[in-house]
Design a protein around this ligand. Structure first.
Ligand SMILES: *Cc1c(COP(=O)(O)O)cnc(C)c1O
Length: 445
């Protein structure tokens, strides 16, 4: 065993399993698993030594060092051979300084973590590099894995297919027919996945993929596979590193299947255990009101999760009614002084496009988180002097239909408060100058 090591552990028990075993739930009580790192081993380096090592790797051009995930490999998959890593230099995404937007919202400090500035345009790349690297390593060691499969609302499938294509591993994706954007759908098609559009919603696809992967020769890539969480959790140390190892007061993340809020908390757990940080941020999950089972459970004091039939939402990647990672997400909210809030379609649309006016280019899910910020500020639940980080989960370019419809004011029952219409004018200097004079004055900030 190398100095640094990790294994799967039951979140509600003490049974453990090696990371190269094909296993997603505890066979003892069917609980979810998590990856447990050897914290004693991690503590063999001081916080200052870790910070120095991470800073040094930032200067390196070695493939593993250029990735936000693999530059922290001891915290992620400590035992993988470097040549088995399948990376596209994911992570190290910009921490956008939202000072101008913060001023508009009358708050002190806002950053937007642009996780969608990544190879496939969403933060799903962070977890997928870990999962596909582990599968790659298992196949090389002779495990009989023939393909990797996932159910997806669009972004997971794009990430899975890209990383599998790079590694030469067959991939299978199940999508709810007609419920993804064109940009999302074309990605796995282009990367050569076996693409199945099923006549159901995400939760229906999730049931099918669990049946398909019951035979261990097809490996399950959904976030109930906790290898994904290990990649996603690096958002937390990365934000702290970008803030010179300071911790924001509050982090807001949009939630659907709830793997990512769990990951965020786990990242901070690790940072605290390693002494990299000394305080906890508050973690807030934002849901679309159309698909809000986590919000409903929160309002009932987390008595239990009652699955709902997710209604149509512009935030299609979080149109999920039966979130698999509920127990982990509940724990994250409880341990990080958190809360759950939901926003309407109009709130998410306007929040996304208000932020665009300050140089961002927001997907609808980022709109959900920004809408939650606006709402919590107006309620006083987030105070004006808090330092807030909003997690932007996908690139706006993946959601062109949403953005075009917003500006054309063709979104049903939504007032597009920040619509920016195109001016039609004859090719004559007089009418052109009339428009420019009026508009330039109005737009000065
Ligand atoms: C997956 C995804 C989410 C939600 O993450 P969960 O882990 O399912 O809660 C949010 N936004 C986008 C763009 C996503 O792809």
């Amino acid at each position: 065993m190398s100095l640094f090591n990790a294994h799967f552990k039951n979140i509600n028990g003490s049974d453990t399993y090696p990371l190269d075993q094909v296993i997603y739930r505890s066979p003892i009580d069917n609980s979810l698993l998590e990856v447990e790192q050897d914290r004693k081993a991690l503590a063999s380096k001081s916080p200052e030594e870790w910070k120095k090592l991470f800073a040094e790797r930032r200067q390196s051009f070695k493939p593993a060092d250029t990735s936000g995930i693999w530059s922290k490999r001891e915290m992620v998959l400590p035992e993988i051979a470097e040549e088995d890593i399948v990376t596209m230099q994911e992570g190290f995404t910009p921490l956008f300084d939202g000072s101008a937007l913060a001023q508009e919202l009358q708050m002190k400090k806002l950053w937007v973590k642009l996780c969608g500035n990544s190879h496939t345009g969403s933060f799903k790349d962070l977890g997928m590099t870990v999962l596909v690297s582990q599968v790659n390593s298992m196949i090389k060691k002779g495990k009989p894995i023939k393909a990797v499969a996932c159910a997806s609302t669009g972004d997971t499938s794009a990430a899975l297919s890209a990383y599998c294509a790079k590694a030469g591993i067959p991939s299978i994706v199940f999508l709810p027919a007609g419920k993804t954007s064109t940009a999302q759908l074309i990605q796995p098609i282009s990367n050569g996945s076996i693409v199945l559009a099923l006549d159901t919603d995400f939760d229906g696809c999730m049931e099918i993929v669990q049946q398909v992967t019951a035979d261990n020769s097809i490996y399950l890539a959904n976030s109930m596979n906790s290898l994904r969480v290990e990649g996603q959790k690096t958002i937390s140390p990365e934000i702290c590193q970008q803030m010179n190892w300071q911790v924001p007061d509050t982090i807001i993340i949009p939630g659907g299947n709830l793997g990512n809020v769990s990951a965020l908390a786990k990242g901070f757990d690790d940072c605290l255990a390693m002494g990299l940080i000394s305080k906890k941020p508050r973690i807030i999950v934002a849901q679309a009101a159309a698909a809000n089972p986590f919000y409903q459970a929160y309002q009932r004091g987390f008595d239990q999760l009652v699955p709902v039939k997710a209604q149509k939402t512009l935030a299609s990647a979080i149109q999920i009614g039966n979130p698999v990672s509920y127990p982990k997400a509940k724990r994250a909210i409880e341990e990080y002084n958190g809360l759950v809030i939901d926003v309407t379609e109009e709130e998410l649309s306007n929040a996304a496009h208000r932020a665009d006016r300050f140089g961002l280019y927001c997907c609808p899910h980022t709109g959900v988180a920004l809408g939650a910020l606006e709402k919590l500020l107006s309620q006083g639940t987030i105070t004006k002097d808090e330092e807030v980080v909003v997690i932007s989960t996908a690139h706006g370019l993946k959601f062109t239909e949403f953005k075009v419809a917003y500006h054309e004011k063709s979104l049903e029952k939504i007032s597009s408060d920040f619509a920016n219409p195109i001016f039609k004018a004859p090719a004559k200097i007089g009418p052109v100058m009339d428009i420019l004079k009026k508009e330039m004055a109005e737009r000065r900030r």
